[in-house]
Design a protein. Structure first.
Length: 404
């Protein structure tokens, strides 16, 4: 069942991409010779007008064949105006982006939106605040989440505000002129488990959702950040975990060592997911959050690509179809919420990658059409072959960079 879902995810990502090309070609009345779901020998074929629709034996993706895509033919793709060619080419990646936004919308609409409790933590000590303070109100506005408090502080930079917080079961109120130091504040996340990954060290040791971790090797921990740091630096050695579940209990487990996504260093993992409260949001709020989150993912994808190039993070963070399959399989062990989030992330990443100006990708094809428009002629076969060769060299270098 898990393998089938991996195949479905990879297949859907590619089919949606090719479907984007198909729909735009049909809108512009550009002849489509064949549209296939899957590769290899056809199992089912049906001719509708000039297009042969096919379901093929190997279900990993699909492809589209436009008339006149490789050689100039009457009414063919290459003889179309540049606007039409660009729209057909770019609609493939855009279809992946639309899929990604839709999946993230479903994630928020079905599961709600997580938020951080208004509990104070900081990188540097700030006057008036202590670690573990719970924000109650700012200027008499009740604070329900850390994100809400942070937004209010941003809006009141260099202004005096009234803050009420809970410290050691006592309410404290004071005036504070907001300065740049507020940027050192971040939420303190309690070490409470929301999910346990199936067949993980935590699962085998008997840890369950809603358990609160209170100590590792008899040393107290205060927050989720502390828990993660201790486990990552465990060196894969057996550790004692003390937790609260009604009473106080202990268990032993050995963290699994995995290579970090951002470095070549091996870190410990036990397979637990942090608990954060969540709130239900309506259709429009979920849609707005989907656009915001998608924009963030696009930006971060470019940031990661840049950091890979300059060597700030490990090339292990870059992956191909094998990593996609591994991540999809792993996500199923976390549950459907994680799976949906990963599916949306992969769709958006596919949009970004395909828009890169590399000749063998859609972004590169679009770049060639734009160059042809400005030089007022089509590139010669020799020029196209040089561009495509450069594109494949770049792709091969990326593959070597990723796996070696």
């Amino acid at each position: 069942m898990d393998l089938l879902l991996v195949i479905i995810v990879i297949g859907v990502l590619i089919i949606i991409h090719e479907l984007g090309h198909l729909i735009m070609a049909k809108i512009y009345k550009i002849p489509v010779e064949k549209f296939s779901i899957g590769f290899g020998p056809s199992i089912i074929e049906k001719q509708i007008h000039e297009t042969t629709y096919s379901v093929s034996l190997i279900p990993l993706g699909g492809y589209i064949k436009l008339k006149g895509e490789e050689e100039e033919e009457e009414n063919g793709f290459l003889l179309q105006p540049v606007k039409k060619k660009l729209m057909v080419v770019f609609m493939g990646p855009l279809a992946n982006l639309i899929l990604g936004v839709f999946l993230i919308f479903l994630l928020y609409f079905l599961f709600g939106m997580k938020y951080s409790p208004p509990i104070i933590n900081f990188e540097k000590k700030i006057s008036h605040f202590e670690r573990g303070d719970i924000l109650i109100a700012i200027n008499r506005d009740t604070i329900n989440s850390f994100e809400e408090a942070y937004t209010i502080l941003q809006k009141n930079l260099n202004k005096e505000i009234t803050i009420s917080l809970l410290r050691n079961k006592k309410i404290i109120t004071f005036q504070w002129i907001v300065n740049d130091s507020f940027q050192y504040l971040y939420p303190l996340i309690l070490p409470v488990i929301e999910k346990v990954k199936k067949k993980s060290p935590a699962d085998m040791a008997g840890l369950q959702p809603n358990d609160t971790i209170i100590a590792i090797n008899d040393t107290s921990i205060c927050c989720w950040e502390d828990l993660i740091e201790r486990i990552r630096n465990s060196g894969g050695e057996k550790i004692k975990i003390t937790y609260r579940r009604g009473g106080v209990f202990s268990t032993f487990l050995t963290p699994q060592l995995v290579v970090s996504d951002t470095s070549s260093k091996k870190i410990g993992q036990i397979g637990v997911w942090v608990y954060l409260p969540r709130k239900k949001i309506n259709f429009l709020q979920a849609l707005a959050q989907a656009f915001i989150r998608s924009g963030y993912v696009i930006t971060q994808t470019f940031v990661i690509l840049y950091k890979l190039i300059v060597g700030e993070i490990s090339r292990k963070a870059l992956g191909g179809p094998i990593m996609v399959a591994q991540l999809t399989y792993e996500s199923l062990r976390w549950g459907w919420e994680y799976f949906l989030a990963l599916f949306g992330l992969l769709a958006i990443n596919l949009f970004v990658v395909n828009m890169l100006p590399i000749p063998v990708l859609d972004g590169g094809r679009g770049l060639i059409f734009i160059v042809e428009f400005f030089i007022k002629r089509r590139l010669t076969k020799k020029e196209l072959n040089i561009a495509i060769t450069i594109g494949w060299i770049i792709i091969m270098l990326l593959i070597l960079f990723t796996f070696y």
